[in-house]
Design a protein around this ligand. Sequence first.
Ligand code: HEC
Length: 155
Amino acid sequence: MSYLGGIILRKVTKFDNRSFDKGKKKFEDKRGKYGKQVFTAEMRRVVGWIVLLLTVCSISLAKVNPGWAADLSNGAAVFSANCAACHMGGKNVVNAAKTLQKEDLQKYDMYDIEKIKYQVIHGKAAMPAFGGRLTAEQIEDVAAYVLAQADKGWK
Ligand code: HEC
């Protein structure tokens, strides 16, 4: 009787062990999958925050200093090729009052990257329009260069 009982007990425990192992494995598989999903979602959120932070930083930096986004050495090259004929050293050989010195830019409300870009694109009076000759990037760079030089007194 006890022998039979032992067999039954062993069978039951064996069965139990096996089904327990199976259940455990299933649970672990599920947890692994679920855990991965949670991890990916978390990573996505973290990466999203980093991207947002970098965007905000670069926008505010570009606002504080417009020259930051532009390539000043390219701006210098564009200036000597297209502007220096009339504006050598920040002067104005055509209209001597309207130099590129900071005081004159401020006096004529031109100490502003958008206004300089607009005038370079469209021209004004004796100053030719460069909209068709320069790319948007070249115009951005040369305008930033003019402002940077004005800040330095063209020295
Ligand atoms: C043919 C000569 C000529 C060339 C080339 C020229 N400009 Fe001018 N620029 C002028 C004249 C003339 C004015 C004054 C326009 C006016 O009557 O308001 C002027 C005015 C300006 C002003 C405003 C100055 C102020 O004190 O109000 C800026 C900025 C300027 N030019 C930038 C440039 C840039 C940048 C380039 C090259 C992409 C350039 N200019 C090329 C003749 C020129």
